[in-house]
Write a protein that binds this ligand. Structure first.
Ligand code: ADP
Ligand code: MG
Length: 238
């Protein structure tokens, strides 16, 4: 179980107030999409969740326990972003198992896990290849496989499709959705693309200039936008 609560999270870089009093619950198993224009604070919020950046004030609770002081490793949230680097000299299989080996997991456990994620992400025919022999979409799927085998409490995805062409974007997006339906790992997915948000989300969080504008299902935001920004951004007809 992983239920995560952000309470009054604020962040400033000097005079630049990037996040203002963000209150947000990430429910166990939900696919939450964080959407908003470029520069509104999406990546900063994800980095704070991952433990890569500290907030200026506020708390993060995991199952009611304050985790502000936990380092990224202890949090075990997987962060996936567009330029997720694979080790170029290792095969796909070794890229996936590297972290497990580092943690001293037993070979029989990780062989089983690799078989499972390879099947989920359709990577079986690619396991012996090197990253340079893969397409962009295939590399992104390997990066996901590597994140999944860690059994994270939360997936954090920062515009994972943004470096892919339109066709690959559809392919990887479908992979992500299938994965979520199978694993049901709580996910925060960041995008600046409203269509992506509307089609993928259980709930959408709309952010503008570091302030939370509205949280709701795609239907709620479309039918009942709470302000002009949300209406315009989601594209509700006037
Ligand atoms: P988004 O991901 O929504 O495009 P970001 O979270 O990357 O937005 O950035 C929000 C604001 O915070 C921007 O004004 C950006 O310049 C600023 N910012 C982000 N990271 C830093 C940093 N490490 N130092 C100073 N300013 C930063
Ligand atoms: Mg960003």
């Amino acid at each position: 179980m992983s239920q995560i609560q952000l309470e009054n999270i604020s962040k400033n870089f000097g005079e630049n107030y990037v996040l203002n009093n963000i209150n947000l619950e990430i429910k166990d198993g939900e696919f939450l999409v964080l959407v908003g224009p470029s520069g509104c604070g999406k990546s900063t919020l994800l980095r704070i969740l991952a433990g890569l950046e500290s907030s200026s004030s506020g708390s993060i609770l995991l199952n009611n326990q304050n985790i502000n002081d936990w380092d990224p490793r202890k949090r075990n949230f997987s962060l996936i972003f567009q330029n997720y680097a694979l080790f170029p000299h290792m095969t796909v299989e070794n890229n996936i198992t590297f972290g497990m080996k580092m943690r001293g997991e037993h070979k029989s456990t990780f062989n089983e896990k690799v078989a499972h994620v390879a099947q989920l992400l359709q990577l079986q025919p690619l396991l012996k290849r090197k990253p340079k022999e893969l397409s962009g979409g295939q590399r992104q799927r390997v990066a996901m496989a590597r994140a999944i085998v860690r059994d994270p409490a939360l997936f954090l995805m920062d515009e994972p499709l943004s470096n892919l062409d339109a066709k690959l974007r559809v392919e990887v997006r479908e992979g992500i959705m299938k994965l979520h339906q199978t694993l049901k790992t709580s996910t925060v997915y960041v995008t600046h693309d409203q269509i992506e948000a509307m089609t993928m989300a259980d709930r959408i969080v709309v952010l503008d200039k570091g302030r939370l504008q509205q949280i709701g299902t795609p239907e709620q935001l479309y039918l009942c936008p709470e302000n002009l920004f949300v209406a315009t951004f989601i594209g509700t007809p006037a």
